[in-house]
Design a protein around this ligand. Structure first.
Ligand SMILES: NC(=O)C1=CN([C@@H]2O[C@H](COP(=O)(O)OP(=O)(O)OC[C@H]3O[C@@H](n4cnc5c(N)ncnc54)[C@H](OP(=O)(O)O)[C@@H]3O)[C@@H](O)[C@H]2O)C=CC1
Ligand SMILES: N[C@@H](CC=O)C(=O)O
Length: 412
């Protein structure tokens, strides 16, 4: 039986207002009503009358009439406090806060069991793309070997504007902020933290493994230089920030890094704030989901879908967690990368496991070859170093001595 829900909303910014609009535009399609909205800033102009708003979280959290707390604020620590209190007070939670989820996912899993109340969060991973419920329900029995794609709308928007419209990086970032795509701290986007948080959540629902975000390597797009862009254009490539996780030899590997992408790769045509998720299963084989990964209405629609799911008592069962045993997370990988750096940076041939080419031009050095993932992370922290994976990058596991460890996974 479908329930009519009373909602307590935290946050009325880009996504909160998006939710408000999509909820009212379904014309009763979803049986839910926003009772109160908790926000932070007093004296801010709002599109709704004052009586909707409160600055006191307890007004929502202690209200026995409110069934569901919808958490859409831009502060991960406060969001976690809100989530814990809401569950303890017997309320279900919908959230789009990927930073908070990635940092506390295992605890949140246990809290749901303890209080017997669900936390669902489709809007937290790739905006409007319905991936989590698909991983939970549709891919319940398929053996998934990899999940990858474009998991951040802002950086895809920036790369599109820089490549196609020759906009400057700063100008493109400013537009992404104005359109509400970027995080309040945009370094989370451009340094690859935000897609990493989404990947951490996706890994739990794909492989049944809780990984701490600090154990997952993220390389952003902020050190990509004009010369790297020129190189890509000359070769007929574009650059995409790719999040990926895959299973090999009982290990799960996962990381975020920019990659040259050939025009035949379907990800090349995923532009602006669109995201894409590719799932590789043993039986269904490859499937690609594309949709808007950021923005007010697209994310609002994912949040609304979660609210609707709660009206039918939906909760994640974390099915893969009960299927998989003995998986470990590892960064012990070799990858094919293109590394560009200023002449005074101490990167040498010896740092490469295999050097395919190297040259100097326009005051920069370029080296292409096979490198350890950990080393790429170290280099990516140096401002004058650009790290971009090769278009046909192979990922070679160094973890096991079995034949299978020599198996090379190829990107599309
Ligand atoms: N923007 C997007 O496209 C997407 C965002 N998300 C996630 O959704 C969440 C919200 O993002 P977004 O709407 O863009 O953020 P905004 O910055 O647009 O809005 C943030 C809202 O949170 C409120 N807020 C902040 N701190 C508190 C607090 N301590 N107590 C009460 N309210 C508070 C703000 O209040 P006030 O209005 O008073 O300033 C504001 O209304 C974030 O976790 C983000 O990562 C997920 C997917 C896509
Ligand atoms: N900042 C994020 C917002 C959605 O998750 C992004 O750009 O993808």
């Amino acid at each position: 039986m479908r329930k009519k829900l009373k909602l307590g909303l935290f946050g009325f910014g880009c996504v909160g207002q998006g939710l408000y609009h999509v909820l009212h535009e379904t014309h009763g399609g979803v049986q839910a009503e926003i009772k109160k909205i908790c926000v932070k800033t007093r004296n801010k102009e709002r599109i709704l009358p004052d009586h909707f708003f409160t600055f006191d979280r307890a007004e929502i959290l202690n209200d026995p009439e409110i069934d569901v707390v919808v958490e859409l604020i831009d502060d991960a620590s406060v969001a976690y406090e809100v989530l814990k209190t809401a569950l303890a007070h017997g309320k279900a939670v919908v959230t789009a806060n990927k930073k908070m989820l990635a940092e506390h996912l295992e605890e949140i899993y246990h809290l749901q069991k303890k209080y017997n109340k669900p936390v669902i969060y489709e809007g937290a991973v790739c905006g409007s793309i319905p991936i989590l419920r698909n991983l939970e329900e549709y891919y319940d029995n398929d053996l998934i070997s990899s999940i990858d794609g474009i998991f951040n709308g802002s950086t895809n928007f920036i790369l599109t504007k820089v490549f196609e419209e020759k906009k400057s990086y700063a100008e493109a970032l400013k537009t992404a902020q104005e359109l509400g795509f970027a995080e309040s701290d945009p370094s989370l986007d451009v340094k690859g933290f935000d897609p990493k948080f989404k990947l951490v959540i996706a890994i739990a629902h794909t492989f049944g493994l809780f990984v701490k975000p600090e154990n997952v390597i993220n390389i952003g797009i902020d050190h990509i230089s004009d010369l790297d862009l020129k190189f890509a254009r000359e070769k007929g490539y574009t650059i995409k920030l790719i999040a990926r996780a895959f299973k090999q030899n009982g290990n799960i590997y996962g990381f975020v890094a920019p990659q040259f992408v050939d025009t035949h790769n379907p990800l090349a045509s995923v532009r602006n704030e669109y995201n894409a998720v590719q799932v590789q299963g043993a039986f269904a084989e490859k499937q690609l989901f594309i949709g808007k990964g950021a923005g007010s209405y697209p994310t609002g629609s994912a949040v609304l879908s979660d609210i609707s799911a709660l009206s039918y008592d939906y909760s994640y069962e974390y099915k893969k967690l009960h299927q998989e045993t003995g998986l470990t997370f590892s960064n012990n990988l070799l990858l094919d990368a293109f590394v560009s750096f200023d002449l005074d940076v101490n990167i040498t041939v010896k740092d490469f496991e295999r050097l395919d080419s190297g040259y100097a031009a326009n005051g920069k050095q370029y080296m292409v070859g096979q490198v350890k993932l950990e080393k790429l992370r170290e280099w990516s922290l140096i401002p004058s170093v650009g790290v971009i994976l090769a278009p046909e990058c192979k990922f070679v596991s160094q973890d096991a001595s079995t034949k299978e460890s020599l198996l090379e996974l190829k990107t599309v």
